[in-house]
Design a protein around this ligand. Structure first.
Ligand SMILES: [Zn+2]
Length: 296
């Protein structure tokens, strides 16, 4: 049980924040192994709709709802899912970035300590007024004009990730086109009208979005064991989590085969296990086999 730092607004205007998770099983690992085009945001949607058992009074959680969760809420759920599946500690190997140190260090950090900032003001749509200091590009919207928008969500990530890799400015215009619901008298505005906004007007809207959105810290901080100074390293929870899960398929199926062979459980049953649980049984088997071989 937990509570989203932001929350999901359903079509009737109700906010859903409380959630229950189920740890990932072999089924989800298989899904990730089989993903032909590993598009991160799409996989996150799929994993969340399978593992979030309940969100407010929505249960099961359809992928359309997982897709519409705020970016930080999705990150938060991934953090909790990782904790539920593999525990709280993360072990990382990195090079100390301090130039006079540069030692290879391994460090542990706790996911419970990742800073999370709750949304300051919860609403399905926010409204702001562009300052007079933010003139428009070619007259679509002058300073003082009102802008209404929703915050970026998983669907935006899914739609824009490719564009983001090719053309960041275009991706931002598209993001604004998706999120801005009213721009002065344009309701909704067209892509062209948003593209014509001045750079300062665009960044005012972006900044306001960032202020209003909940946040999950995407860096980690730890002390270098060699020089004692603080290391701040990027920590991309989506990549980390999916990378950790993407065991090679061969290994997954070998583990399932091994357990089926020795315990006579069905494939279906074994795939419902978490990875930790599979490996615990494999360890028990290894110990038993060793005892048998040593004749004790
Ligand atoms: Zn160091």
């Amino acid at each position: 049980m937990g509570s989203l730092p932001g929350g999901y607004w359903d079509a009737t205007g109700r906010l859903h924040r409380e959630f229950e998770l189920a740890a990932l099983t072999g089924r989800e690992e298989e899904l990730l192994v089989q993903a032909r085009q590993p598009q991160t945001a799409t996989l996150v949607t799929e994993v969340l709709s399978r593992c979030v058992r309940r969100l407010g009074d929505i249960s099961p959680v359809p992928s359309e709802v997982a897709r519409q969760l705020l970016v930080a809420d999705r990150h938060y759920l991934l953090l909790q899912l990782r904790r539920a599946t593999f525990g709280d500690l993360v072990h990382a190997n990195l090079i100390c970035p301090w130039p006079d140190c540069g030692e290879r260090v391994s460090l542990d950090f706790s996911l419970a300590e990742v800073p999370v900032e709750e949304a300051r003001h919860r609403a399905p749509v926010h409204t702001m007024t562009l300052s007079a200091a933010a003139p428009s590009g070619s007259g679509t919207a002058a300073g003082g004009c009102q802008v209404s928008f929703r915050l970026p969500n998983g669907a935006d990530q899914e739609e824009l990730s490719e564009q983001l890799a090719h053309n960041e400015a275009r991706a931002l215009t598209l993001l604004l086109t998706r999120c801005v619901q009213r721009l002065g008298s344009y309701e909704p505005p067209e892509e062209r009208q948003l593209a014509e906004l001045s750079a300062s007007a665009r960044s005012e809207i972006e900044e306001r979005m960032q202020q209003l959105a909940p946040k999950v810290e995407q860096t980690m901080e730890a002390a270098c064991a060699e020089c004692g100074r603080t290391i701040v390293a990027p920590f991309d929870i989506q990549r980390f989590f999916l990378g950790e899960l993407r065991t090679d398929g061969e290994l997954l199926y070998r583990e399932v085969h091994y357990l089926a062979y020795h315990y006579h459980w069905s494939e279906h049953e074994i795939m419902e296990f978490t990875r930790d649980k599979r490996r615990k049984y494999i360890d028990v088997l290894a110990d038993t086999i060793e005892v048998l071989n040593s004749g004790a």
